[in-house]
Design a protein around this ligand. Sequence first.
Ligand code: REX
Length: 423
Amino acid sequence: MVSGTVGTGTALGAVVVSLLAAPAQAAPSADTHGADTRQVAATAAAAPDDAGLRAILRMARTQGAPGAMARIDDNGTVHRLVEGVADRATGRTISTNDRFRVGSITKTFSAVVLLQLVDEGKLKLDKSVNSYLPGLLPDDRITVRHVLNHRSGLYDYTNDMFARTVPGFEAVRNKVFSYRDLVKLSLKKPRTNAPGAAYSYSNTNFVVAGMLIEKLTGHGVGAEYQKRVFTPLHLTETFYVHPGTAIPGRHANGYLRPDTAGAALVDSTKQTASWAQSAGAIISTAHDLDVFTSALLRGKLMSAAQLTQMKKWTQVNSNTAYGLGLRRRDLSCGISVYGHTGTVQGYYSYAFTTKDGKRSLTALANTSNNTTVLNTMYRTLESAFCGKPAAKAATAKAAAQAATPGAAPMERHEDIAPGVTRD
Ligand code: REX
């Protein structure tokens, strides 16, 4: 079943977050690549393509996702599209109001907390991690910035943990790790590069980010997310329940695809997500994620100076760049969108917004370890921000002269932790 509704929803603009006085902008470090210089349209010009989105969600379902949904908040107008089920046992239709595990979208929340701490003068991006957490890392040259832009070289322990998908998951489903346990797992392996030398996506970086939050605030990350982000933005559907295993309230179940072709999906809804914590354990909804990404890009969560730091990009591939806990995706119509992707067992999600925060998309498929579905869901960004193919062509033409030369042929290179996703 497919359904789509458009209506006027919660205004995204009524968010007021008091900011501490912003200090002078930090000097750019040698390892940060281009500032935010793409001169493309600031916001999506074409109306969202609801029919195109519907077709994408339907395709995700035929490719093995029990359900898929998308919500667009477009300057006060809400588009809701759903396909399939939230729960295979009851057959309940998935809803755009369902809570789900957001995976690495959590990284953006962690980066926001750390950048607020920079604003408060408690943290410096270009200082050594070891100056805050003595002896934690084997190289004093690894800075806070290296951790936030995945240039630390710290090996991603999830490569080994989830080399075999279902056994790997079942081995950690109910486990509670300390951050130090996870860093220790990473340090068993050689580092992938010298500090600052290369981009290499790693969950270990955002485990270190969580440790920094705890050390500098004296509180667990859940309390800091709540105080600094969830409460000020009224994200009442957003939770950090670690090490609890249940998703509170109405939610979509998650279904993990085993590596063996034809094997039955595994209901992976309940887990501690302790392997992820500050790298991936937040639970939220499409509405709350749309509010979050919009508020972030509108500058409601940190000083302009720190948002500029967050948007210092490392080019990852022809259409993706990474800032500090923030991805930029360059779409075929010449528009760039900002946010993050998330993969946690049973859930693939996308949460992106325009440069001015006026149009936001959150999309979810309640399966994972299925690259075909992931590739399909990636296309929701095009429908949401570029509109119908005809409108897309016109927008692309208008933006062509302004766009970065050579950027954005439409291709998807998901930089999931290497070796972690299987076809
Ligand atoms: C863990 C394994 C994937 C998933 C992972 N997730 O590292 C982080 C994340 C938290 O959200 N990353 C995304 C499992 C990609 C991001 O940053 O955008 N795969 C699955 C396997 C493969 O077990 N053997 O697909 O559910």
